[in-house]
Design a binder for this molecule. Structure first.
Ligand code: PFF
Length: 465
């Protein structure tokens, strides 16, 4: 079977693909707005601690499982435990999570593509800030436009995954990720020249606590770390399975975590200075990138170039993450069902395309939008009803990924034998001395932290406001 599976062309290829999976909408769209909502500095410090102490050990665990088993999540866990082991539930969760997350992720990626189009065609020039705000509102409500971009984005994602591990995923990651870094640096250099840079920098790294709510913000940081690092759903088990068995899991994970965190911080250091320069409020929720930035760009001399650059960056980042989500589902059908890559990709991609339709319709007044909101109001509170899109988003980040991460940590810490684990960790690395620290984090700190995320999702900490 091994010969039918793909392989990365080189270690750099793996690093670029894994970093491509991690760096996505989570870094550039979600991290800045969550940072804004939680008041900046202190939240960022806690996020960094979550990445280092929870995210990094789980990333090592996932890549370790994939590289050891040379198989996608379901088969990997079976071969490292036993056939029909209950641990295999983790593998199934991966496949389900891939379908669920990609179905709504593709809709946000579609917004990003629409904004590339709008900014390239100069559609924001001459509009007032209110009118620019309305552009997002009307896109959000427009079922046809959402569906159109969702389909375009899914077709691109399918087109890359169908070409295979080396010729599709690695090839495109090698192009898109460096391009993304270049765009990011261009935008950063620009942000550094703005009047708001000092204020933005202080906001991101300063130690101020006004909007920081200890329990809620800490847990938001942890949840963000899971989503941003692509953890808890086997994406990195799958990518790790295309690695050679003698390759270094430890330093590779450190590099991927480092790149992901750097991009999130840079995105914040681009967005906040630009917002402060035009005097906008940093606490803008999901509209931060789609409403505030076009307003900011429309008021800047270089906006006609920066606008397209930013949304192209966002689209590239979303694409390299989406291919990893689709690959998890595709690899299952290739490895477990013996399907050809073409059949597996077209079938899973086609199903996700259909599954995304309700998310694309969520902004409207129909069943998946306003009506769904009314239906869920008794659960989430009268003014907090959630659309289909919101439910999938919060269910996957608050439940699926932390549960998956908890399971993966427990599997490696308690189920895998010490000899195999120690040998696996130490293979190919000069950082073998970290072994017991890694096992300790997986055994104790990770489960405690993850259980806190789940209690938060249950509303136990709602009282801290
Ligand atoms: N890490 C991606 C982001 O930050 O946008 C999202 C993601 C990709 C989550 C792949 C989970 C995953 F398996």
């Amino acid at each position: 079977m091994a010969s039918q599976r793909g392989n990365w062309g080189s270690r750099t290829g793996f690093i670029l693909a894994a970093a491509g999976s991690a760096v996505g909408l989570g870094n550039i769209w979600r991290f800045p707005y969550i940072t804004g909502e939680n008041g900046g500095g202190l939240f960022v410090m806690i996020y960094l601690a979550c990445v280092a102490l929870v995210g990094l050990p789980i990333m090592m665990a996932e890549i370790f499982i994939g590289r050891t088993a040379q198989n996608s999540p379901v088969g990997a866990i079976r071969s490292m435990s036993r056939p029909r082991s209950p641990w295999m539930g983790l593998g199934w969760l991966s496949v389900v999570a891939a379908f669920v997350i990609l179905s709504f992720y593709s809709v946000v990626a579609g917004w990003s593509m629409h904004y590339v189009w709008l900014s390239v065609t100069n559609s924001f020039t001459g509009l007032s800030p209110e009118q620019i705000g309305d552009v997002f509102g009307s896109l959000y409500r427009n079922a046809g436009l959402n569906l159109f971009w969702h389909v375009v984005f899914m077709v691109l994602t399918i087109g890359i995954v169908i070409a295979g591990v080396k010729r599709g995923i690695e090839f495109w990651s090698r192009i898109l990720l460096p391009a993304l870094f270049v765009l990011l640096l261009v935008l950063l250099v620009y942000a550094m020249t703005t009047d708001g840079f000092a204020a933005g920098f202080k906001f991101v790294f300063g130690f101020h606590a006004e909007k920081f709510h200890p329990a809620r913000s800490t847990l938001a940081a942890l949840g963000q770390a899971f989503f941003s690092l692509s953890l808890g759903m086997g994406a990195l088990i799958t990518y790790g399975s295309y690695m050679r068995r003698d390759e270094d899991v430890v330093s590779t994970s450190i590099i991927v975590c480092g790149l992901d965190t750097a991009v999130a911080l840079l995105a914040a250091l681009i967005l906040f200075p630009i917002l402060f320069t035009v005097g906008l409020d940093p606490d803008q929720s999901v509209g931060l990138a789609f409403v505030s930035l076009p307003i900011a760009f429309s008021q800047m001399p270089a906006g006609a170039l920066l606008g397209p650059a930013f949304f192209i960056l966002l689209t590239f980042a979303a694409l390299t993450s989406a291919i990893s989500l689709l690959e998890v589902a595709t690899a299952y059908f290739i490895d477990e069902r013996g399907w050809s890559r073409v059949k597996a990709t077209l079938t899973t991609g086609g199903c996700i395309l259909v599954l995304g339709i309700p998310s694309a319709l969520s902004g409207g007044a129909g069943f998946f939008g306003e009506r769904f909101k009314e239906m869920t109001a008794p659960v989430f509170g009268q003014n907090n009803g959630k659309t289909w899109f919101d439910v999938l988003d919060s269910f996957s980040s608050n439940w699926m990924l932390p549960l998956g991460g908890l399971g993966i940590a427990a599997f490696v810490a308690w189920r895998v034998g010490n000899d195999a684990r120690e040998q696996g960790f130490k293979t190919g690395t000069t950082l073998g001395a970290l072994y017991w620290g890694w096992v300790w984090l997986l055994r104790y700190l990770v489960p405690i932290a993850v259980v806190l995320v789940m209690l938060n999702a249950l509303g136990v900490f709602d009282t801290d406001g």
